[in-house]
Design a protein around this ligand. Structure first.
Ligand code: SF4
Ligand code: SF4
Length: 370
């Protein structure tokens, strides 16, 4: 494959060092203390990466197990994706101060940091493209998001391991990374294949000692991706059938799922493409100073559907229905594709073990149609 290079495992430390020397803070997968899972956190070097660990995921379950290998990326995904590094869960947008009888508005001028995210998966890059479609819409560009997005360096790693909850093959977003990266790695038993996808990535690669990748190494990487695809047992219904969910709005299945759903919003918090938020003012009691903030929100919260004096989606049935029909059906009208990239996080991190794929398949089953 064109421009594919190879470096031995020890070269990973050099790659991280080269990225840091270019002025980036490096975020990578780390074992989350006390929680037993992986999360993207700042890393000092390779010593912080999850070497020799694989994840086991199923509805309401995430566990890490030693796998007996020296690999750093033999897991499917982390609890959260790139989202918090561009769409910050909480941030101040502006401050207003009363001075000499006038109100003075001041935007939040916090400077975005150069941030490299290491170990990004195909499903998360696809979700980032969805977030871009929402926050970077021409005249409606979100300046806070844009400032952080422009400072991102994305080091993707092709998946070699699928969790039981993964279904990116059925959404067409993985397991192989196709675009949206600055650098792309394939982890092999003794080292890595690397290629660049941007000028920023190419600049970093110039500092790295690499050699031409052999045909055997390239075919090992392809075989890993193929195995990962074959191991995915879940699949969403075909994309052309998903708008059919809008013909199931009165199905009793929404009541069944609402019986189990806690309306906790975990699914929307971990979903890499969800972008709902709310804004609120936080005034001081002296009447002279007020701050305007934005928080990530969820369509499962009661306030989120408060409109002209009433809560429009008062019951969990309506909220779960909103989440699924927006994600899989009406999102297509807004953005030209569904809002799901098959990462499976909403299945793993739902405390009630509700399986998004299973529910969608039930709703679009032949019995329901009948
Ligand atoms: S809906 Fe679920 S599986 Fe799809 S992208 Fe969001 S969290 Fe991942
Ligand atoms: S589907 Fe699961 S994660 Fe989502 S709100 Fe309901 S209980 Fe919480």
């Amino acid at each position: 494959m064109k421009d594919m290079r190879y470096f031995p495992r020890a070269g990973l430390a050099e790659l991280i060092a080269a990225i840091k020397e270019s002025g980036y803070r490096v975020i990578g997968p780390r074992v989350e203390p006390g929680q037993g899972g992986l999360a993207y956190r700042e890393i000092a070097g390779v010593e912080d990466l999850p070497r020799g660990l694989s994840d086991e995921q199923s509805p309401a379950r995430y566990r890490l197990h030693p796998n007996g290998s020296q690999r750093y990326f033999a897991w499917a995904n982390t609890s959260s994706a790139i989202k918090p590094f561009v769409f910050t869960p909480r941030e101040k947008l502006w401050t207003v101060v009363r001075k000499e009888g006038r109100l003075h508005f001041e935007a939040n001028h916090e400077v975005a940091k150069k941030t490299a995210v290491f170990g990004v998966r195909a499903c998360d890059l696809a979700a980032l493209a969805l977030q871009d479609a929402h926050f970077l819409r021409g005249a409606h560009t979100d300046v806070f998001y844009r400032a952080r997005r422009e400072k991102l360096l994305l080091v993707a790693v092709n998946c070699s391991h699928a969790a039981e909850t993964c279904f990116c093959a059925s959404t067409g977003d993985g397991p192989e990374v196709s675009d949206g990266y600055d650098l792309l790695l394939d982890e092999l038993d003794d080292g890595f294949l690397i290629r660049h996808g941007s000028t920023k990535g190419a600049m970093i690669m110039t500092d790295l000692v690499t050699q031409e990748a052999s045909p055997e190494q390239i075919s090992q990487a392809c075989a890993q991706g193929e195995l990962c695809r074959e191991r995915q047992t879940r699949a969403l219904p075909e994309a052309s059938r998903l708008p059919g969910l809008m013909q199931r709005l009165e199905s009793p299945l929404w009541d069944e799922v609402a019986e189990r759903c806690l309306a906790c919003g975990n699914c929307t918090a971990v979903c890499p493409s969800c972008f709902c938020h709310r804004e609120f003012d936080s005034p001081l009691l002296n009447g002279k100073h007020s701050e305007h903030w934005r928080d990530a929100d969820s369509c499962f919260s009661e306030d989120h559907s408060y409109l002209v004096g009433e809560v429009v989606r008062a019951h969990t049935r309506a909220r779960y229905r909103q989440w699924m029909t927006h994600k899989l059906a009406t999102w297509v009208e807004q953005y030209g594709r569904t809002g799901c990239t098959g990462c499976g996080r909403c299945i793993t991190w739902c405390p009630a073990g509700i399986d998004f794929v299973d529910e969608a398949n039930k709703l679009l089953s032949a019995e329901e149609e009948a």
